[in-house]
Design a protein around this ligand. Structure first.
Ligand code: ZN
Length: 390
């Protein structure tokens, strides 16, 4: 009997066990997704899954109410601000295996039950950018209520949308408030043409001391911040990366034959010239994929039903260079099973029993592995107050 006759009882099971052959050198890079499209959000710590640490319960985040032109201006301003760094800003959703900082652009502070004076929110100041999958908020309805504003007024406001979005992303990378109106990390919305300022600026903080003292004091005396140097330290310079990541499937070999239900340990190797790249392993025929998470696993356990399947590995960097590898495997029973006690008959090895419980166990392991990942200590939301401007 084909395993598929069991009504889809087969589940692909995967467990990440080992620590990696993934060796990446060089400065890490990252991507910022300016998300004007609204959509579901809930509690959690993974931007690619639509979750944020300071969202208590699921709801639908509102869309951006400005025009397409305003969104383009905001995007352009955000890209200008991080051009000196290895940071890419996009308005299209990145693939989920690429780690990114998610900026929800839309709504107002009341959307999150916050003080109406706020322009944006970062769930916390993520010192040293420990989490690569933060979500932050830019409350654009305070700036662009509708797309029907006169064009010039909207253009100016759209620049502020881009600046506040990157200010909040700055918090998600560990930056605190510092400097005056020429600094993107100023407590208040900037005037003129602000930057992530190079040179030490006095911190403008509510607490007695910097939240990220250790990281900060590599660059400046206590009580000061060099936003430019910190972002260069995290992400390097902004030149385009043209080197695709390395992706190889070390096991199984192409054409590998196995029995349905047999545990296959897949070994993959991924690397890139910059850290921060993403990777995934998929079985496209089954619509199944495993997204790489840190620490990158080198050993993946897989159980497939009877049939021919593709294992496809993809690694992608922040300039969207892609490295890939694929092998075909076949899971089938021996053509004429011998009455050998070591060889289970198809019935005896039926997927619905053998794989059912096994799959549950493997998923449990995967969940356990996920729980080992700890967020850095959250010091509470970083809320940004508005100025006298609207
Ligand atoms: Zn702020």
């Amino acid at each position: 009997m084909s395993s598929r006759a069991h009504g889809g009882a087969w589940v692909l099971a995967i467990a990440a066990w080992l620590v990696p052959a993934s060796a990446a050198g060089g400065t890490r890079r990252t991507t910022v997704f300016l998300d004007f499209g609204g959509g579901p959000i809930g509690p959690g710590d993974d931007s690619s899954q639509g979750t944020a640490t300071c969202v208590p319960e699921p709801f639908v985040y509102p869309i951006f109410l400005g025009s397409d032109r305003a969104a383009e201006i905001a995007l352009g301003e955000a890209q200008r601000l991080v051009a000196p760094f290895g940071v890419r800003v996009v308005a299209q959703r990145p693939p989920p295996h690429l780690p990114y900082t998610h900026v929800r652009v839309g709504g107002d502070p009341v959307t999150l039950g916050l003080d109406a004076k706020l322009n944006g929110l970062a769930c916390d100041v993520d010192c040293g950018d420990a989490s690569h999958r933060d979500t932050v908020f830019m409350f654009s309805e305070k700036w662009i209520v509708t797309a029907a504003l006169p064009e010039l007024a909207e253009d100016e406001r759209a620049l502020q949308v881009g600046r506040i979005a990157m200010h909040e992303a700055g918090h998600a990378w560990g930056l605190e408030h510092a400097g005056g109106t020429g600094s993107v990390m100023s407590r208040f919305p900037s005037v003129g043409t602000p930057e992530f300022v190079e040179g030490c600026l006095g911190l403008d903080i509510d607490l007695d001391a910097s939240e990220c003292g250790g990281e900060r004091e590599q660059f400046c005396p206590a009580g000061q911040q060099d936003a430019f140097a910190e972002l260069r330290g995290l992400f390097g310079a902004g030149e385009r990366d043209v080197e695709p990541p390395h992706a190889a499937i070390l096991w199984p070999p192409d054409g590998h034959v196995m029995r349905p239900g047999e545990v296959l340990v897949v070994e993959v190797e991924v690397a890139d010239d910059h850290e921060g790249f993403g990777w995934m392993l998929e079985v496209p025929e089954l619509g199944w994929e495993h997204l790489g998470r840190e620490p990158d696993p080198a050993g993946l356990e897989l159980v497939v039903p009877e049939g021919r399947w593709t294992l496809r590995l993809e690694a992608i960097d922040h300039d969207r260079n892609v490295g890939e590898a694929a092998v075909t495997i076949e899971a089938r029973w021996p053509r004429e099973p011998e009455p050998d006690p070591d060889v289970p008959s198809p019935q005896a090895a039926c997927a619905c029993r053998g794989a059912g419980s096994g799959a549950s166990a493997w998923w449990a392991m995967l969940v356990a592995a996920a729980r080992w990942r700890r967020r850095p200590v959250s010091r509470g939301p970083r809320a940004d107050r508005g100025s006298s401007r609207p």
